[in-house]
Design a protein around this ligand. Structure first.
Ligand code: SF4
Length: 431
């Protein structure tokens, strides 16, 4: 059976033009997806856990969804400071129930944002977000900057759908007329096809952004001969290209948010865009990783006023990144139970945090075995949104997209499982 206009549930591009062929409940062909999306679609149905599993002495035993949900609810209810982490590769509907449950339990809810684009949000909270949709970029941008990111490998269809290789409705010959500038600490695959590659010394982004701001403001005289390894001549040339553009779009990755300077780098990038907007039109967009990490920020913000790291222990929503973020809570060994949803801290968190996760009762909701599985006491497999579950996700530019289901493998959705756990929590908290 052929399923058209399917949405890829892998990265923040949420490509919505996939053609998927299924046969006897299996995916046999995926067209239009990149290697990452295609591998997820082709492989995700194969490597699922067959049923929930629980620790049994030194090993594991299969269990039922009823027992696993009851265990998860019990662990959360028994905890004084439960942490609920992840939420970036699941549907918005599940995220909403997660927030309600965290509030009722007086726990902390945090998404993977705190270890990727959290600093971008801090900068946006300080100085605003000159953003636009990816459709605007595709149809209007004649100059694109990728700063500290490598979409060729991390968001492989970003350039073919929205920038370098895409058509533009308001451009005569987008492929020829659209220029590409890459700023990075190394010559990545994306840098190798750029019209201008600006190689910055590690940790030098803030200085380079400041130099560009000064030149755009007409104060090239204060810029030294080289800034973080970039010559003044190149900085002047890049600033001129930016000012001459009719519509410029700056995309940046975690190479900027997690480099020295962190959120100040992003704030400086926003202020550069602000400076350029005195001359022409410029926008800025973080390249978001997990397919619905933007959705976690949206849903958390509607419901609590804060985009991630929300702590309900004071009976009201409290937000203080660096204190209420998952890594900090785990490193301080503060939480006494953890529910992890659709993410893999086992592969990314510091050792100290993982040691604490392994000490406390941790429950994982994830379709497949991951590096987090060995740290847990119980894992509940669920349907994959965009494959055997429908749901809502937000693209990296903030556009909500409905992901359609095209398989039925009999797994409950994240929304159903978290809903069941929440129901049991409510029965105890509000009998
Ligand atoms: Fe999927 Fe991202 Fe590749 Fe698009 S670019 S097909 S959303 S992994």
């Amino acid at each position: 059976m052929i399923h058209r206009d399917m949405v890829c549930p892998f990265c923040g591009c949420l490509c919505d033009d996939l053609v998927v062929e299924t046969e006897d409940g299996q995916v046999v062909q995926v067209d239009n997806a990149c290697t990452l999306g295609s591998n997820k679609m082709m492989g995700a149905w194969q490597h699922r856990l067959k049923s929930p599993v629980m620790r049994d002495g030194g090993g594991w035993r299969d269990t039922t969804y009823e027992e696993a949900c009851e265990y998860a609810a019990g662990v959360l209810l028994d905890a004084d400071r439960p942490l609920m982490y992840g939420w970036s590769s699941t549907q918005g509907e599940a995220q909403g129930i997660g927030v309600s449950m965290a509030e009722l339990l007086g726990g902390v809810i945090d998404s993977t944002t705190s270890v990727c684009h959290g600093p971008s949000i801090l900068a946006i909270q300080e100085v605003g977000h000159p953003g636009c949709t990816l459709g605007q970029v595709k149809n209007r941008a004649d100059l694109v900057i990728y700063w500290a990111c490598n979409p060729t490998e991390a968001h492989p269809r970003h350039m073919s759908r929205y920038t370098t290789y895409a058509d533009g409705f308001f451009m005569e010959n987008a492929f020829r007329d659209r220029k590409l500038i890459v700023v990075d600490v190394r010559k990545s695959d994306t840098a190798s096809i750029a019209d201008e590659f600006m190689q910055v010394k590690p940790g030098g982004d803030y200085a380079v952004l400041s130099a560009l701001r000064a030149i755009v403001r007409g104060r090239a005289d204060v810029v030294p001969k080289t800034v973080a390894g970039v010559t003044k001549e190149q900085l002047v040339r890049v600033a001129a290209l930016c000012k001459e553009a009719r519509f410029g779009a700056l995309f940046f990755g975690v190479g900027l948010t997690m480099a020295p300077g962190k959120y100040k780098n992003v704030r400086n990038a926003i202020e550069l865009v602000d400076e350029l907007n005195r001359h022409t039109k410029w926008t800025l967009t973080p390249l978001r990783g997990h397919y619905n990490v933007y959705g976690s920020n949206e849903v958390f913000t509607w419901m609590t006023g804060y985009p991630y790291a929300v702590d309900f222990s004071r009976q009201i929503a409290f937000y203080n990144p660096g204190e209420t973020t998952a890594v900090d809570i785990l490193a301080r060994q503060e939480c006494d139970a953890c529910l992890i949803v659709a993410s893999d801290p086992g592969a990314h968190f510091p050792k100290q945090c993982l040691e604490h996760l392994a000490e406390i009762p941790t429950v994982l909701i994830d379709p497949m075995q991951t590096a987090t599985t060995p740290l847990c006491r119980c894992q509940i497999p669920t349907a994959v949104t965009g494959m055997d579950a429908s749901g809502t996700a937000y693209r990296m530019d903030g556009v909500p997209i409905h992901l359609k289901k095209f398989l039925d493998l009999g797994y409950p959705t994240d929304t159903e499982i978290i809903g069941r756990i929440f129901k049991q929590v409510k029965e105890v908290k509000h009998p």
